[in-house]
Structure formats: C-alpha cells, structure tokens
Design a protein around this ligand. Structure first.
Ligand code: MGD
Ligand code: MGD
Ligand code: MO
Length: 687
C-alpha cells in the first residue's frame, strides 16, 4: 500500500505500482481503509465495563489502571485455579508476524495459560495437502500465465484473492480455460468458461471419479507417476468404486460432466488447481483437500511453470517463529498446559471444568461473530464470573463483552513483518502515522503486562526491531541475503527463489516416502484411510437421515466480497454494498416453501436461528443454500449472525472448523418477526 500523509493524517491510500504481485491496485475493502482508520467505532483509550456484559457501556481508564486490573485478576485466578484457567483467544488480526505471535505467546507460555489451538482457518486443509505433497508449497502465481487450464476449486479468488486475477487473465488471453468447482455460483464462477457445481462436501468423490475416467481411458502420465509417486497400483484398483454413475449420484452432477471434465483436465497442460480453504471447512475437509491434491500427480502437471496446484505458499517462508514465540518458556511449568481448540470456544467457556476458564484475553479476533455455535459462545461470554479482556481496533461484537477493553492500532500505525501465503515476497511495514489516541500494539501490550506481572525473563524487553531481526535469523537459503537493513531500504523483497519458482522441480517431496503419496502409510497410522476416499459429511442424508428430514438444506457461508471475515463489516460503504444479510436459494426450494425473491426468512436448526433476505439468482442447486459472511451480530436482525447455525464439530484433520457442514431449514418470517426485522434494518441503515 502506498499511503499519503498530510499533517500527521493519512489522506489517501492506493496500491504500490512497483510491487510485482499486487501491481498497483488494492481490493475493494482496503481501498476504503481510511473509513476504518478514522471510524467513529475506533477505540482510542482503555476502558472498563460499567454496564451489563454485552451491553457495551464503558468508562475510560488509564493504561496503568488497565494493567493493574488485568494483572491482579490474572494472578488471583492463577492462585485459585492455576494459570490454565486463563485462555488466550487470538487469530490473525492484520496478519503481521509480530502481532500474530511473538510477545503474546511469550507472555502466555511464561504464565502457563491454556494453549490455544488455532484451527479456525487453515489446519484441516494444510494437513490434507501435506499428506499428499509433504510441504506447504505450490504453483508460483506469477507463473500462472503459462497455464492452459486454471481450476478454482473451492476458491472464490475473485473475492478472496483478487490479486491473482491479472495473472489468470493473462493466461486466458493466451488461450487458457478457467473452470470453477463450487456449490455456489460465486463471482469467480460467473467469470469462468466452465462451472462444475457439486453438492457441498462431495469433492473427494468428484476427484476420484475423474481419476477413474483418467486411468480407465489411459490418460494418466505413466512416467511421471512412476518417478514421482507412491501407491498408484493400490489407488488404481480402489478407483473401481468411483465409476461415473456412482459419483454422479453422490455429487449431483451428470455422468457426462464428470467424464468431460476428467478428459479436459488430462488433456490441457500445464494446469493449475487453485485450492483454497473454503473447500476444507467440512467434517471431511482434510480428506477432500488431500484427494483433490492427488489429481496433478496423475496427469503429471507438476515440474513446469504454471503447473501443479496451489493451496498456500506459506511453506516458502522459513522465518524463525520459534524465536518469536519461545515455546521453551513452557518448560518452567511442571506439566504442559492443556490445549483448547479455538472452534470450541462455547464448550471451553461452558463445559470445561478442570479447571474452568475464568479469564479470557481476546486479541486479533472477533469470536462473538466468527466462531461457530454462536449461541453457546455468547452464553459463555455473558458469564458474570468470567473476566474478559479484549484488545481491538473497533467496537466489535466481542468488544461489547469485555470487562477491560484496550485500543489497538491499525497497519498504518504499527511496525511489523509480513509474509504471505499467495505470493513469495517478504515485507517490512513501517508506520505511516503515530498510533491513534492511546492505542498500543500487541507487542507493546504484552510487554507492559509482563513487566507489571514481574516476569523476569529478558525476552520481554526485546524491541520490535529486535523481534524482526530474530524472525529473520535462519540458515535457510530462501532467506539468504534478506536482512532487516535490506527490508528497511527496499520495503519488500522476493524470497531467494528463482522467478518463476517451480516447486518440487527436483522430484523431491518431503513426505515420509519422499514421493507424492497417493497411498499414505502415515495416514493409516493416524487411523485415517491411507487412500483417498469419499466420506459423507456428518450433516447429510447419508450420515444422518433423521436430521436431514428436519433440516433439508445444505447451508454454506463463505466470505462476502466486501467483508474480510468480520473485519470491514463495520464500514458504512462496505455494508451498503452488501446491503443486507441474504440467503441464496434454488427456485425449487423457494417455490416449495412459498417464498419469493426479497422475502425475509428465519433460517434455523437445533443450534439457533437468524434472519436472511431471500435471493433467487440461479446460483445454487436444489437443496443447497448460501449466505455470504460475515455480518456483525450488531447489524443482524435478531442479534445473531450465520454462525448461530454452524457447528463446532471439528474436521477430520487438524481440528479444523466445519462451517460449511451445516443443515438448516428456512421459513417465511412471521408478521412479528418481520416487524422486528424492519425496525432493526432502520437501525442498521442509520449506523
Ligand atoms: N473478500 C474476502 N476475501 C477474503 C476473506 C474474506 O472474508 N473476504 N477471507 C480471507 C481468509 S481468512 C481466507 S481463509 C481466504 C478464504 O478464501 P476462499 O477459500 O476462497 O474463501 P471461502 O469464501 O471461504 O470459500 C471458497 C469457496 O468454497 C466454496 N465451498 C464451500 N463448500 C465447498 C465444497 O464442499 N466444495 C467446493 N468445491 N467448494 C466449497 C464456497 O462456496 C466458496 O465459494 O480468503 C481470504 N480473503
Ligand atoms: N460462517 C463462517 N465463519 C467463519 C468463516 C467462514 O467462511 N464462514 N471463516 C473463518 C475464517 S477463514 C477465519 S480466518 C476466521 C477469522 O476470524 P477472525 O480472526 O476473528 O477475523 P476477523 O473477523 O477479521 O477479526 C480480526 C480482528 O482483529 C482485529 N485486529 C486487527 N489488527 C489487530 C492488531 O494488531 N491487534 C489487535 N489486538 N487486534 C487486531 C480486527 O479489528 C478484527 O476485529 O473466521 C472464520 N469464521
Ligand atoms: Mo481464514
């Protein structure tokens, strides 16, 4: 981002033309960043709660009083219940390395707080991909113009990774085809040459059906398979179970679609499958990603520019995170503190007793809006005996539940180191303006708190610059020649990799066998199927017919174009663009329920209910419903957003979230409900 500052105020922001990947433009959300920077919702001073929990009434206090209160309460909790009764809750925030995990981790490790398993986004997909490929590496996006076929597979990159679009367009100018595989006709599907629309949670079956066709018709790349993979023979005989007729019945596609797509995939090379995390948010999500990522090996798509698959390039950044996080500080404690899965926050706050969670420190996240099974999360946050600290930029849904509320800076006000997962440049971000009001960075807050609690280790005195230098301490060749001084001078630096970077070009894969694992002995040891398989998701007619009878719509809630998770969903211009929370239905399902476009419905299941406006746009198959997320609860009629419907069940791998495995029913709102909706919409528009 290029930022113009006048008299200490940011007056404009635009893309940096000299950046080889982002190429001078920003996404629609960050284009409007000033609205957030100077938002009336910005928190500017520390505050303490004076109203009921969740009511949002606070009184200003000094930083000193805030630190004193937190230290006293945490120490009291620790002496009565042990330090594990304190739970940190954080995710990516603005994605800076230091803000994500450095002084905060040191603080909680030293203190002995419960450890948080940060599973809400990437762990299921990552594990699935690693089982096949062995590393978090994939096609260099800058090589995409070489591709002849690009497949957006559960990846709405027009919304979620817009900087990929120019590279895809370049490939298309040279004749490449773009295919989208998604249950929702999203913005990427709208721009695609071909749209394949399987039922949610059935992609492993689709990929196996494609493999069936490819192998049966002899379209696989025998030489590549022989030299680079393990387990092909076992896979080939296993494919008998995935003939097009059975796969059609599972996925809702036609046999012809499956056969034609398989032939196209085998024929056009180089090809790149752009996977993303959306696909993995199912109870079988890890296995779906593991299965789809076997496809490139079958047709020998790897080893050339523009070929392969791309889930994430985060494995290309060998930063010294251990030095930042200092997990060795845990050794001070007699036993390793327990671990709590972040997608089970409701359970952690309501059911866990050994010891109960008595103190919660939320930063870099807005769990009241983003975590699943929202009614239980809220019930937990309302607990009078829970002491909650929230460190935030703005007055989010979670901030309303704080006992102590602390102001945080935005990227314009904070110094941090940035890696990426969709390109190969490392960046140093230096502040453009001083922190607004009294806001303080994550690093600063945990440094202050460590001091106040008398933590003696010298690591708590490390400065921001020292932390960045520590992160860069690595012998790895990708970081060779990349120093703090160089980053300060150049701002962003390409990792020490050729351009384009061709991953796995040497035919070496860091799996157990050293090959791409079509059969994985490691998975067998973990109790998983060693071969790719289709396992019906837990909320489906196959796995739970009784539930399906009551809630016959498969509900997915992927990211909205104008929101970033719940970030930016407070900005008036972005809310205006998204208008109201909607649910996209198939015409058949609408007709059956007497619903028209524009009607308001109550969407519900055993976990809760929320309200959406019906959108009939031919975007989903019968039996599927889609809501673009994430609206704040504050702006959702009825006070709950879509996550009141989603489940806290974890995925088959990595403990990941399963937001898209979710059965619901919808009914037209009653007149009383409609009156409530109309009233709350007036409020939303006024805000
Ligand atoms: N505008 C915008 N951009 C974002 C974000 C945002 O909130 N808004 N979030 C950022 C973050 S944190 C992340 S992790 C990434 C996520 O990036 P993506 O993974 O691209 O985003 P999602 O919208 O979660 O999901 C992508 C698609 O998966 C589809 N999907 C759901 N279930 C299935 C399935 O069973 N099979 C298939 N084939 N597709 C399925 C959804 O319909 C959706 O179109 O985006 C990042 N970028
Ligand atoms: N239904 C449904 N739910 C989902 C998803 C979905 O697709 N569907 N997607 C899931 C995914 S992929 C993810 S990653 C999670 C994301 O969930 P969250 O991690 O909660 O992401 P955000 O909603 O963007 O909230 C990040 C918060 O951090 C704050 N912040 C930013 N910078 C800083 C900082 O430097 N310090 C502090 N203290 N705070 C900061 C921002 O103001 C913002 O409120 O949501 C998940 N929830
Ligand atoms: Mo995410």
């Amino acid at each position: 981002m290029s930022v113009t500052v006048e008299d200490g105020r940011v007056v404009s922001v635009r893309g940096d033309e000299s950046h080889p990947f982002t190429r001078g433009f920003l996404c629609v959300k960050t284009n409007h960043y000033l609205e957030r920077l100077y938002s009336p919702l910005r928190l500017l001073v520390p505050q303490k709660r004076v109203g009921r929990k969740g009511e949002g009434r606070f009184a200003p206090i000094t930083w000193e009083e805030a630190m004193d209160t937190i230290a006293e309460r945490f120490q009291a909790i620790a002496s009565q219940y042990g330090p594990e009764a304190v739970l940190p809750y954080s995710y990516a925030g603005n994605m800076g390395k230091l803000a994500f995990g450095s002084m905060d981790r040191r603080f909680f490790h030293y203190f002995g707080a419960s450890r948080l398993l940060r599973t809400i986004c990437a762990t299921a997909a990552t594990e699935g991909y690693l089982h096949t490929m062995g590393d978090r590496l994939g096609t260099d996006p800058e090589s995409l113009p070489e591709s002849k076929l690009i497949i957006a597979w559960g990846s709405n990159f027009v919304s979620s990774n817009v900087h990929l679009v120019p590279f895809v367009n370049e490939a298309r100018k040279r004749g490449a085809l773009l295919v989208t595989v998604d249950p929702h006709k999203n913005r990427t599907a709208e721009q695609s040459d071909l749209f394949i629309q399987p039922l949610p949670g059935t992609d492993a079956a689709l990929a196996l059906g494609m493999m069936h066709v490819i192998v049966q018709e002899g379209l696989h790349d025998e030489q590549f398979i022989k030299e680079n993979t393990i387990g092909f023979d076992a896979l080939a005989s296993h494919l008998a179970a995935y003939d097009p007729a059975r796969v059609a019945a599972i996925t809702g596609l036609s046999q012809d679609q499956i056969i034609e797509f398989a032939r196209l995939y085998a024929r056009l090379k180089p090809s790149c499958i752009r996977l993303n995390y959306g696909l993995s948010r199912h109870t079988n999500g890890g296995m779906m990603v593991r299965t789809v990522s076997c496809l490139p090996a079958l047709v020998g798509a790897w080893g050339v520019p523009g070929g392969g698959a791309m889930l994430s390039l985060s494995g290309a950044y060998p930063l010294n995170l251990a030095a930042l996080e200092r997990a060795d500080l845990l050794k001070r404690h007699e036993k390793m503190p327990r671990a709590i899965n972040m997608i089970k926050l409701g359970e952690a706050l309501l059911d866990v007793n050994d010891p109960p969670v008595k103190g919660l420190f939320v930063y870099n996240s807005n769990p009241a809006a983003v975590a699943p099974d929202q009614s239980r999360v809220i019930e937990g946050l309302k607990r009078e005996d829970l002491f909650t600290v929230v460190h935030e930029q703005v007055s989010t849904d979670t901030a309303l539940f704080a006992d102590i509320l602390l102001p945080a800076p935005t990227v314009f006000e904070d110094c941090d180191l940035y890696s990426a997962y969709g390109h190969l440049y490392l960046q140093l971000n230096e502040p453009a303006v001083a922190p607004l009001g009294e806001s303080k960075s994550n690093v600063e807050v945990f440094r202050m708190l460590a001091r106040r609690m008398g933590f003696s280790d010298p690591c708590f005195e490390d400065s921001t610059e020292e932390l960045i230098r520590q992160a860069l301490t690595s012998e790895h060749e990708h970081l060779r020649g990349i120093t703090y001084e160089r980053l300060k001078q150049e701002t962003f630096v390409r990792l020490n990799l050729p351009r384009p970077f061709v991953p796995f070009a040497d035919g070496k894969y860091p799996t157990e066998s050293g090959k791409i694992e079509l059969y994985s002995a490691g998975m067998l040891k973990l109790g998983l199927s060693p071969l790719p398989v289709h396992i019906p998701v837990s909320e489906s007619p196959e796995a739970n017919p009784e539930l399906f009878r009551r809630y016959p719509l498969r509900f997915v809630s992927p990211a909205a174009h104008h929101f970033l998770n719940s970030s930016f969903a407070d900005m008036p211009s972005m809310k205006r663009k998204e208008r109201v929370p909607t649910i996209e239905l198939n015409e058949v399902d609408a007709l059956r329920r007497g619903l028209k476009d524009g009607d308001w419905v109550r969407a519900f299941n055993d976990r809760g209910k929320t309200f959406f406006r019906v959108k009939l746009a031919g975007t989903v198959a019968p039996g599927v419903a889609c809501h673009l997320s994430l609206w704040w609860r504050q702006y959702s009629p009825g006070g709950y957003n879509c996550n009141v419907l989603t489940s806290s069940e974890s995925a088959d791998m990595g403990g990941g979230g399963t937001f898209h495995t979710c059965l619901v029913e919808v009914e037209k709102a009653t007149p009383e409900e409609q009156a409530m909706i109309d009233e709350s919409l007036q409020e939303v528009c006024a805000n």
